[in-house]
Design a protein around this ligand. Structure first.
Ligand code: HEC
Length: 175
């Protein structure tokens, strides 16, 4: 008798799992006759995300170049870009070593000559095989990364004459 009760309880409880799994509903992107298109609806014309204006403003107003901004750029670059572009920007990051196409080195004369906006746009929109980072890197951080890439480029091209006189003496005194 006890076994029977347990068995019936187990059967009854097994039914509980079905709660919302079995009900009339659309799957993602399923054909939706009601809308005569997909069940994933487009936002109405003119609708925009709550922070879209603020982001747009950030994109057009470049933050001032400070040590803090550069440091932020260094961090973001290490997280989002170095896996492919490598820590030095040569384009031989770990993902490229595993088969991703080799991007042009940041030290290539074409990219040294490219303006800052080009780098900002590549992060925002992607470029060829590289996908967009717009959803992961907010505009202010894009500018920070651009500043850091400029520093990376300069690190291989700067001459002693670029060092301000005050710091030059200190540099020359180094062993
Ligand atoms: C998953 C790998 C990957 C990551 C991560 C990545 N990139 Fe790229 N990137 C590429 C590839 C591949 C190319 C070359 C695309 C092509 O030429 O088709 C490229 C090209 C570029 C270029 C060169 C565009 C030109 O004019 O040749 C720039 C600049 C760039 N990436 C910046 C960035 C920045 C900044 C980040 C980080 C926010 C980043 N990338 C993250 C793979 C990546």
């Amino acid at each position: 008798m006890r076994t029977l009760v347990l068995l019936l309880a187990a059967l009854a409880l097994a039914g509980c799992d079905q709660n919302m799994e079995i009900q009339p509903k659309y799957g993602e992107y399923a054909k939706a006759p009601l809308f005569r298109s997909s069940s994933a609806r487009n936002p109405p014309a003119g609708a925009m995300a709550r922070d879209a204006l603020a982001r747009q403003q950030e994109a057009t107003q470049r933050p001032p170049l400070t040590a803090g901004l550069l440091d932020r750029g260094r961090q973001r670059f290490a997280i989002f870009c170095s896996p492919c572009h490598g820590a030095g920007g040569d384009g031989n990051g770990i993902i490229v070593q595993r088969g991703m196409p080799h991007p042009t080195s940041y030290h290539d004369p074409r990219l040294v000559a490219a303006d800052d906006q080009h780098f900002f746009d590549v992060i925002s929109d992607g470029y060829g095989a590289m996908y967009s980072y717009a959803s992961r890197v907010p505009p202010r951080d894009r500018w920070a990364i651009v500043a850091y890439i400029r520093a990376l480029q300069l690190s291989r091209r700067a001459s002693l004459d670029d060092v301000p006189p005050g710091q030059r003496a200190r540099l020359e005194a180094m062993p």
